[in-house]
Design a protein around this ligand. Structure first.
Ligand code: ME8
Length: 586
């Protein structure tokens, strides 16, 4: 029964390896890979303050999705991944004034911090866009002209609340009063708590109200458009309510830091319209070739900007005669001691300190393993140490160590699998059979793991993919513990066959773990795979066939020399965390 299950899995794995299709477009004529294209994006981040772990988390989610896709579809030409900075608007104009800088000085400074952080964190983006670039101004103005030509804009009086921090207009029902610094009640946004001010001016207005039904249709026909599902439902619920037209410009005398409305310098384009078009700018809009990437887009965003991406953006695209993005992946927020991170509370967690303390791979693993898109997660240092020590240092690192130790594997090779010791048919008996029933459960779990991981990636549940890997690591340690290879000896011919088989199975498990961990911990995975002697060409998901000898196929790794020992896979942190002890004392 178990064997049947494992065999079924293998044949599935061979036909359709652990890969899923992300939103894809056919390549344009002359497309260089022949593969469908996929385009991943993060939000473009405001430059009013330095990056924090929330920004890094979004970039890591996108990075992991993108790296996973590259493992399925090798070659760099069919996958694109953009991030960047959002540099216009009242918020930046005001932040620059407060800092005593010109807006562009502030933008240059903070944008460089984002770029440096993402470089250090191994974010494998192919494009970094800044909205102050000339190519972007061109794209935004073109997009505006298309909207205008299609009758989507009209001039009208806008009167209502505006929140500069959130760069959004608010109806009266979304505004409340809070006691301000002077003791007087101040109007603030009900959702974010940020101050709002009354605005009355003549603006250009987008006919958003026309798109309520088309948006409902789009979401109903594409149940996977917004993932995870609860966010899809949230948007459908929003669309049950009235959808008022949207003001898409501000008076230039009030907002000068932005892109002027074409043909009307007295108005500046609304920063959200400006920002959203970045996704088109990156793929060359308005040049015709952008269509080979659009709408094969997966937007990765935080829940705070869902309305902009799931209502305004698709409506603007439809208004401009373009299709909505293929997928929108939404995640929740990191909090600190249950509170929102904010400069004023002084609880912002600096991602660069974390990368230094926990290593790049360690911190990437932590955020992706602990971050749950459906709800907020609380950050604290002890949690990082505990997780990394137990899962990366002890469980995974320990497993590698045990199987490669000189006294257990003196020849330093990938040992052979003996089918007489570990027959494919459970329940067989014979003089050489040493396998136990639980071992078949391990084989079965390992054979399904790549597909399971791919499904979790597709569902934007990367933490569950890592949980599944971690559970298999535990099972493999159990396998080693059960068979205690340190009690076997290479000198005895019967022991030697079984000892080789036990190590072979463990190496096969480690090879699968290393392959599957590449999107999350690229350097650690490289170290693991290099130690096992797995070449660069053998690390894709298409080639990932677990334990081929068990299924009657040849195994290219048998007898191969292991790679050099370059030290512990992941050193424990709790011995080296003097900073943590210090932090407790203060
Ligand atoms: O909204 N936890 O930029 P922004 C997790 N420029 N993720 C967080 C987070 C937290 N505590 N805080 C922020 C903007 N984020 C616009 C976007 S896109 C066309 C324009 C992440 O700098 C999350 O992805 O305020 C959130 O949506 C984004 O940063 C907001 O970044």
């Amino acid at each position: 029964m178990l064997r049947q299950c494992a065999l079924r899995v293998l044949s599935r794995t061979r036909a359709a390896p652990g890969c899923r299709r992300y939103g894809s477009c056919s390549p344009s004529a002359g497309g260089d890979t022949g593969e469908a294209r996929a385009y991943f994006t993060t939000p473009i981040f405001y430059v009013n303050a330095a990056p924090h772990i929330g920004h890094l988390y979004s970039a890591l989610l996108a990075d992991a999705l993108c790296r996973h896709r590259r493992l399925c579809v090798p070659g760099s030409a069919s996958t694109r991944f953009a991030t960047g900075t959002d540099e216009h608007g009242l918020k930046i104009q005001q932040a620059a004034a407060t800092a005593g800088l010109s807006p562009i000085e502030l933008c240059d400074r903070v944008s460089a911090q984002f770029q440096q952080l993402f470089r250090e964190a191994g974010i494998s983006s192919t494009d970094f866009i800044r909205t102050t670039e000339a190519r972007h101004r061109l794209a935004v103005q073109h997009f505006w002209e298309v909207l205008e030509a299609r009758g989507m804009l009209y001039k009208g009086l806008y009167e209502g609340w505006y929140c500069a921090s959130d760069e959004c207009f608010l109806p009266e029902a979304k505004v409340t009063r809070q006691v301000g610094p002077t003791g007087d009640p101040c109007p603030v946004s009900l959702e974010s708590g940020h101050p709002v001010s009354w605005t009355k001016e003549e603006n250009y207005i987008f006919r958003l109200s026309q798109f309520r039904e088309p948006l409902q249709r789009w979401l109903r026909n594409n149940p996977q458009a917004i993932t995870p599902e609860p966010f899809h439902q949230t948007v459908l619920q929003w669309l049950e309510e009235e959808l008022p037209d949207l003001s898409v410009s501000r008076r230039s005398s009030h907002l000068h830091w932005g892109i002027p409305v074409p043909g009307d310098d007295s108005q500046t384009i609304y920063v959200w319209l400006d920002a959203l078009v970045n996704y088109l700018t990156v793929v060359g809009y308005p040049d015709a070739d952008f269509k080979s990437w659009w709408p094969a887009t997966s937007h990765i965003i935080g829940k705070d900007i869902l309305k902009f991406h799931a209502i305004y953006w698709p409506a603007l695209l439809l208004g401009a005669g373009l299709r909505p993005p293929h997928r929108i992946y939404v995640h929740s927020h990191w909090t600190v001691s249950g509170q929102k991170m904010s400069k004023s509370l002084g609880n912002v967690v600096d991602p660069r300190t974390c990368l230094d303390r926990y290593t790049v791979d360690g911190f990437r693993y932590f955020l992706l393993r602990q971050g749950v898109p459906n709800w907020d997660c609380d950050y604290y240092d002890e949690k990082v140490v505990k997780l990394l020590d137990s899962e990366l240092a002890d469980a995974l690192g320990g497993l590698l160590n045990r199987c490669t130790a000189y006294r257990i594997n003196p020849s330093g090779t990938y040992p052979s699998f003996c089918t007489a010791c570990f027959p494919s048919e459970p329940g067989l008996t014979g003089p050489s059979v040493r396998v136990q029933a639980e071992d078949y459960a391990l084989v079965s779990a390992m054979a399904t793991l790549p597909r399971q991981v791919a499904d979790y990636y597709d569902d934007f549940q990367i933490y569950k993919a890592l949980e599944a890997v971690s559970s298999c690591v535990r099972q493999t340690n159990g396998f080693i513990q059960r068979h205690a290879p340190w009690k076997l000896t290479w000198e005895s011919p019967e022991d030697a066959l079984w000892l080789g088989t036990v190590l072979h199975v463990a190496f096969e498990c480690l090879r699968v773990f290393g392959t599957l961990l590449q999107p999350v911990t690229p350097s650690l995975a490289d170290k693991l795979l290099s130690r096992l002697g797995v070449s660069a060409e053998e690390r894709g998901l298409r080639e990932l066939h677990f334990l081929p000898r068990f299924y009657g196929h040849s195994c290219p790794f048998e007898g191969r020399k292991l790679g050099p020992d370059t030290g512990l896979l992941f050193p424990r942190l709790d011995q080296s965390r003097t900073w943590l002890v210090k932090a407790h004392r203060t």
